[in-house]
Design a protein around this ligand. Sequence first.
Ligand code: ASP
Length: 341
Amino acid sequence: MKYTILLLASFFLLSCHDSPKISKEKNPPKTPKFGIVIHGGAGVIKKENMTDSLQKAYEEKLEEAISVGHKILEDGGTALEAVQKTINVMENSPLFNSGKGAVLNADGIAELDASVMDGKTKNAGAISGVQHIKNPIDLAYKVMNESDHVMLSASGAEEFAKLHDIEFVENSYFITENRKKALESSKAKEQGVSANEFYLSNEKYGTVGCAALDQDGNLAAGTSTGGMTNKKFGRIGDSPIIGAGTYANNKTCAISATGHGEFFIRNVVAHDISAMMEYQGISLEQAAKRVIQQKLTDLGGTGGIVGIDHKGRVVMEFNTPGMFRATKNVKGETTIKMYKD
Ligand code: ASP
């Protein structure tokens, strides 16, 4: 009895004394886990072709875009919302090949494609070949959330947009002088006339995309583009194709791609990365390297991807001289890059 009382008393004293420390160690305050990564296109992006002021303009826009998405995630918003609002910033900037500033098709018209995917439900929405939708990614969201379909194209997609409160603009809203010159150069090259190499190499890609992980552990990815300069016959690239240009799966990762779309379609790049993770148990980094540096490169394709996995680890992998890209971690530290490391 005496021993029992003593034991109980010492246990009581010990637990009173130590309990705050023990409970602190056992339940450290949880750092919220989320992450976001973006691209603004891959291609011949080289320091020697860039002026200081243009480089600054890209850096500022990438910073603005990633900060919008990061704030949404930090405040507990969804990965889907972060992806949409981040892409909107880049669609509204003439610097990128999406929304305003999109490249022109052979008829001198901007024709836009976009897609989005929800890693939690595997719902997806995409649109292709639209000519009057100010923010194509918004319409892709509507297709995902308010239709029975995954992809709507051209006039049908615009008809659907009219029923769903989507902002329309004249096609001239998208067109910039640089894109007109790029089209001229591309046509000159096609006809064997001397072409402006600067526009040919610099104005080739520029698609925008985003992949995000929210605090609930949900992944999402989205991509928006004008496609490729001088495209013909209603050509559609990888950006609106789920599995090629965009993919998200909570079990693995979220991916957005940019580059020569035909090769990304043939390699089913975004889904291939996810599938390698799922079936081979390899990391996002290993899978992205294999797909971009080996499989895509072996086929002769150029471009890159950004991605994030379910633990918030980020990749930015490409086989071109450069890729506009940025990421911001939980602590708010931003990385912005455009050239090869
Ligand atoms: N992937 C896009 C396409 O082929 C182009 C780009 O990424 O800039 O349509």
